[in-house]
Structures are given as C-alpha cells and as structure tokens.
Design a protein around this ligand. Structure first.
Ligand code: FCX
Length: 441
C-alpha cells in the first residue's frame, strides 16, 4: 500500500511541469483588471493566488479537486470502509484527496489513520504550556499558541538550518504537516478538558481508531456514534474553501516567508478566531439560543421573522448568513442538514428544528433588508446546533473544532507552495495620496 508521502512524491513532478508550462505559455496573459473597488473592497474577485486543493464557484459551491461535496460523499472512504462503524467520509480521505488530487483506496486511508495515531501524542512541554493557560483565555488563543509552540520540533525549520536544497523543501514541510494534523486532536482535547472540565485530559490514542475516533474518545464522546460521525463529516467538509478566505490565505502568506507549518498554521488559527470568519459558528449558536428563549419551541415563521428584523435593526449581522463569494445556499450547510435528517435524535431536536426553520425564512428577510449580496445560509448556520444537541454545549469551543479541520486544506497547500517553489508574497500597497496621484494621470 502506497504511503501518503509516496503519493505526493508522484504528484510533485507533474505539478512542477504544469506550472512551467503555464509560465511558458501564458506569463503575459491578462487575468482581469484591478479596479479601485477591488482595492478598497478587500480584494474581492481578484484572481491573485494559486491554490490547488479546491475552487469555489459562486453558483455551484466548493469543489475539492473538481469533486463537489455530494461527489466526495460517494467516493471517499468512510469509517465502515476501514473496519470501524460510521457512514460519513473520513477527514483522512479528504486530506489524501486535497494533497494528491486522488481518491485514496480503503487500505491507503487505513494506513494513514494508523500513521496519524502513531504521531498523535503531544510532547510534555506542549502539555505543560497548555496547562499553564488561564481558563479564562479564549480556547482559540490557547489553540494557536499551543500550535506555535510545536515549532520547537519543526523538521522543516531544522532542515532549513542545515541548508536543505530548495527542491526538497516540500518533504520536511509534509512531515511537519502530518505531525501537526496528527496532534491537533490532542491539543484541542486538552484545552477542552482544562477550560470546561470535559473529557479526562489524558492522551489515550488507540492505534486502531481513526483521527476523529481518537479525538472523540479524548473529549468524552467515545461512545456516541452519532457525534463521532458528525465530527467526521464536519471536519472533512470544513477542510478547504479555496485560498482567499482569511485562515487559508494567512497560512499561505506566513508560509511564503518560509515560516514552518506550525507557525503558519498558528497564524491561520488566529485569523479563524475572527467573528466574521470561523468564530461565526460560536456566534450563531448564541444568537439561535437567544431566539429560542424569545420565540420558544414550535415558533411560527412570523416570530422568527420578527426576531431576524430585531437583529438587523439593532445594526448587527445575522450570523450564519451571507458569504464573500457564494451566491447560493452553502453546500456544506446542505450536507450538515442532510446529516440531521438522517438521525432521529437530531430530527426531533428543538434547536435543530429552529435553525432549519430559520434557514427557510431568513433569505426572504435578508433580501428585503437589501444589503447582503448572498441572503442564504452558510455552513456556520447549521454546525453549532448539532454539537449543542449532542451535549457539547460550550460554544466558545466550537471554532477549535473548525480549527482542527482547516489544517486539512491549508497545510497541503503549504506543501505544494514549497514543491512549486512559490515566492514570498509581496503585493503592492498605496496610500490614498499616492492613489489620487496615480488616478489623476
Ligand atoms: N446580516 C446582515 N447584513 C449582512 C449580512 C448578514 N448576514 N451579510 C452581509 N451583510 C451586509 C454587510 O455587513 C455589508 O453591509 P455594509 O455595506 O453596511 O458594510 C453588506 O451586507 C454587503 O456585504 P456582502 O458583500 O454581502 O458581504 P461581505 O463579503 O462583505 O461579507 C460576510 C461576507 C460572511 C463577512 C458577511 O456576510 C457576514 O458578516 N455574515 C455574518 C457572519 C458569518 O456568518 N460569517 C461566516 C462566513 C463563512 F462561512 C466563513 O468564512 O466561515
């Protein structure tokens, strides 16, 4: 059975060749004009980054190496396929796809799961660092700091110091990336234990379990099949959302300075901790619970609409709605809703029902409000209420779970950045005075 490293090694020459040909054939080609509105509007719509793992289409949603979420659900190996119970695709399968563009075999996924389990334990210095954080520090700050601390053992940083050749950079980058992905569950579980007293805080890593099976054990959900399978789905589909979102772009930008994967991904997590990005899933739940308090169970559409208008009139955004790129209901939202429909314990949950009902009326209200370009639910609208229903009620922890996931896409791109020898990122900036001068010409 091929290892992930063998599979990446097979892909790298073809990717290098493709880049060489692109440069040779089209180096001067125009990819669009830069307007002032792009510069002032957060660079929306500018095609200025290379990102291999996924491409986001505003009308069709995300595709991972050309595969939509329903395609992935059909072809990516599940827990059942590697001898465990569970029907959802495994994050290991998604990681393989994102890194290589290929659908892994069941044996390859099983081997990758075992490799991650063997690398999952934290060094004792990292445990001590996590244990020293005040409980009142936000879990995302703890997460990013713990991840940064692991650069102590970075193979890339060491290899760079030893003068490794540029063409080989991708190899220690891949090793660090796999080591980091393997350890994210143990970091996240220890934070959960320290802050909320859930799980026993012990790093029990069973070499027969998959990444999320082990994570679920460590956070005290080892016996809850529904939750384990939900986490697998959640973590697989949050893995990548092309390159321009804040977390992915940050990993790429920081990595472009040849900062190692630990430093690059730590920075990405700090971006994910912003309320307009990953923190939205925490915000949604708080907001939905406030609505539930106000409108009660079995709320009518008009009660929900009224609550939505109250939020909007107070000048706040409706969390879980809108998107910088999508102009349709987020297929990740649809995948999580589909999961809810298949599980009786969720189908009958009052908070899940409220969230689903809201997703039917909110687009109408947001259209009438007339500001957002995309009135439909994004993934964050659904993700938190399921965790809540399964008993993981500490919402300030939710973005940490997103943070385990985003590594599946951000780190493979870092490997590709190094394999392709992409340069340090350095866009040009201008002051308003300089802009005025330029535009008057
Ligand atoms: N409720 C109310 N107003 C909204 C809105 C919402 N859900 N979404 C956008 N708007 C407003 C914007 O605030 C902006 O108003 P302004 O002109 O007064 O500044 C206007 O509509 C145009 O924004 P738009 O171009 O549609 O959206 P942006 O690309 O600027 O922003 C986000 C996209 C996602 C940041 C925005 O829709 C938002 O704040 N949504 C709520 C938070 C959220 O759910 N974030 C998670 C997004 C995602 F899934 C992720 O990255 O994780």
């Amino acid at each position: 059975t091929k290892t992930l490293k063998d599979a990446v090694a097979e892909v790298v020459p073809a990717k290098r060749e493709q880049l060489k040909k692109l440069k040779a054939d089209y180096n001067d080609a125009n990819l669009g004009q830069i307007k002032l509105e792009n510069l002032l509007g957060g660079m929306r719509g500018l095609k200025v980054m290379l990102w291999e793992g996924s491409v986001l289409d505003s009308e069709r949603g995300i595709a991972f190496h050309g595969k939509s979420i329903p395609d992935c659900e059909k072809v990516l190996p599940t827990a059942q396929d590697i001898g465990l119970s569970g029907k959802e695709m495994l994050p290991e399968s998604m990681l393989w796809l994102l890194l290589t563009g290929q659908v892994p075999s069941k044996e390859e996924v099983k081997q990758l799961s075992a490799e991650l389990a063997s690398k999952g334990k934290l060094p004792s210095y990292a445990e001590k660092i996590i244990d020293s954080f005040p409980k009142t520090m936000h879990p995302m700050t703890q997460f990013a700091s713990a991840v940064a601390s692991l650069n102590h053992d970075s193979k890339f940083a060491e290899a760079y110091k030893q003068g490794v050749r540029k063409t080989e950079y991708w190899q220690p980058t891949l090793e660090d990336s796999i080591d980091l992905i393997a350890k994210l569950p143990a970091i996240a579980a220890r934070i959960y234990h320290n802050v909320f007293g859930r799980g026993d805080g012990v790093q029990k890593i069973d070499s027969n379990l998959d990444l999320i099976g082990n994570y679920s054990q460590m956070i005290g959900y080892g016996d809850n099949e529904g939750m384990i399978d939900y986490l697998r789905l959640y973590i697989a589909i949050h893995g990548d959302h092309e390159g321009g979102n804040v977390s992915a772009h940050t990993a790429h930008l920081v990595g472009s300075a040849l900062s190692d994967p630990y430093l690059s991904y730590s920075a990405a997590l700090l971006g994910l901790a912003g309320p307009l990005h990953g923190l939205a899933n925490q915000e949604v739940l708080g907001w939905a619970l406030d609505m539930q308090k106000k409108v009660g169970d079995n709320a009518s559409e008009s009660d929900i609409k009224e609550f939505l208008w109250t939020t909007l009139k107070s000048g706040r955004v409706v969390p879980g709605y809108g998107h910088a790129v999508l102009r349709m209901p987020d297929p990740r939202f649809s995948a999580l809703s589909r999961f809810c429909d298949t599980r009786p314990e969720l189908k009958n949950s009052s908070i899940v029902q409220l969230v689903q009902k809201t997703s039917k009326v909110a687009p109408e209200v947001l259209k009438e409000h007339g500001k957002t370009k995309n009135p439909y639910p994004n993934v964050d609208a659904a993700s938190g209420c399921v965790l809540y229903e399964y008993g993981l009620k500490e919402w300030s922890y939710y973005t940490v779970i997103f943070g385990i996931s985003r590594a599946l896409g951000a780190l493979p791109q870092l490997v590709m950045d190094r394999a392709l020898g992409l340069p340090i990122e350095r866009p040009k900036s201008l002051s308003m005075d300089a802009l005025e001068e330029l535009l008057k010409k």
